[in-house]
Design a protein around this ligand. Structure first.
Ligand SMILES: *[C@@H]1O[C@H](CO)[C@@H](O)[C@H](O)[C@H]1NC(C)=O
Ligand SMILES: *[C@@H]1O[C@H](CO)[C@@H](O)[C@H](O)[C@H]1NC(C)=O
Length: 325
């Protein structure tokens, strides 16, 4: 910096340029001190009105760490907690270790700023072994926004004396496994599971990052009935099954907070499917299937449960129009 100043100032004396350089250094230090923020994380969270999360932190004795540790805090709004399904709220309220885990999942050591976000990066959290997935999307006006495990950052970079806060519009839940784990544990996805096993797709579902649309058993029963009615034999391990399963996978990790009306490329030879979001953003359709449970977090992406099997174009033709999914 001194060299740069000297070069720029040409004729000024050594003493003058040194004074200028020192003044500049002072200004930079002052700016950094200001940017540190006066309040600690707990005081700032209080000022921001995040009363629910503060009460919960106090109930499990985690509030003190917001005064002493150097953290980035992902702070769900009170509305985000109020929007949790009743049974989940009750489970959390009745299980201290579970609640503690969910809260620890909302913090990471050190500073993560919004401008550090890179598509699909993973952030280690204070909950050992659990990571937050970061995604970036653009809105209708091409402005970029960030989601953290599908929760939208509504206010970024609130600087505190011992860290930084990002306000998010949902409570984040730690993923309970990869796609294969989730499908295997589900009571409603036995057909999908057996197809995945039959096709040798276990590893693909365990490791590939992306989005899985998971049709329920009822959806498959209806498809097979329609196929039988149309006189078509269904072969759950044959080529159509292979393409059909791949048609339910997107290489892109697409949370509902990031989805827009339009087509998205699948893993079935790049064939695309159509996403339609309701105007209020409260429901979505994938081709003709309804999303019945959106945004189930997985370690390798996000899973959405749908009520109808999605059929690749090539297999729609022989079927009755009612089968087209
Ligand atoms: C609380 O949750 C943990 C973790 O999910 C679980 O292992 C434990 O059995 C639960 N405890 C009670 C009392 O339900
Ligand atoms: C998406 O398209 C549907 C049907 O064309 C329309 O009703 C809906 O308002 C659109 N959603 C958004 C978010 O623009």
């Amino acid at each position: 910096m001194v060299i740069l100043l000297k070069g720029n100032l040409g004729t000024t004396s050594h003493h003058q340029s040194l004074t200028m350089a020192l003044r500049l250094v002072f200004l930079v230090v002052a700016a950094v001190a200001l940017a540190r923020g006066e309040k600690n994380l707990l005081e700032e969270a209080t000022r921001l009105g995040a009363t629910t999360v503060i009460d919960l932190l106090k109930s499990v004795g985690l509030d003190k760490s917001l005064e002493t540790d150097y953290l980035t805090l992902f702070l769900p709004t009170n509305e985000a907690f109020a929007a949790l399904p009743d049974d989940l709220s009750k489970t959390l309220a009745g299980n201290q270790s579970l609640l503690q885990g969910v809260l620890l999942f909302h913090a990471t050591k050190g500073i993560f700023r919004a401008q550090d976000a890179v598509e699909d990066m993973l952030i280690n959290t204070e909950l050992p072994g659990s990571q937050i997935r970061v995604n970036t999307y653009d809105d209708a006006n091409n402005a970029v926004y960030i989601t953290l495990n599908g929760a939208k950052v509504v206010q970024a970079n609130v600087v505190c004396s011992n860290g930084i806060i990002h306000i998010i519009d949902r409570v984040m839940l730690p993923p309970l496994g990869n796609f294969y784990d989730l499908v295997s544990r589900s009571e409603a996805h036995k057909t999908l599971k057996s197809m995945i096993d039959g096709l040798g797709f276990k590893q693909l579902l365990e490791t590939t990052p992306g989005t899985l649309f998971a049709p329920t058993d009822t959806a498959f029963t209806e498809l097979f009935a329609d196929l039988a009615a149309a006189g078509i034999q269904s072969d759950p391990t044959g080529l159509p099954a292979r393409e059909t399963v791949l048609y339910h996978l997107l290489p892109k990790v697409l949370y509902s907070a990031g989805a827009k009306n339009g087509t998205y490329t699948t893993m079935d030879k790049g064939e695309s499917l159509m996403v339609s979001m309701a105007a209020d953003g409260m429901s979505a359709m994938i081709n003709l299937a309804n999303v019945v449970v959106p945004d189930v977090p997985a370690t390798n992406g996000v899973l959405h449960i749908i009520d109808r099997v999605l059929t690749p174009k090539a297999y729609r033709l022989p079927m009755a129009t009612t089968v087209v999914g």
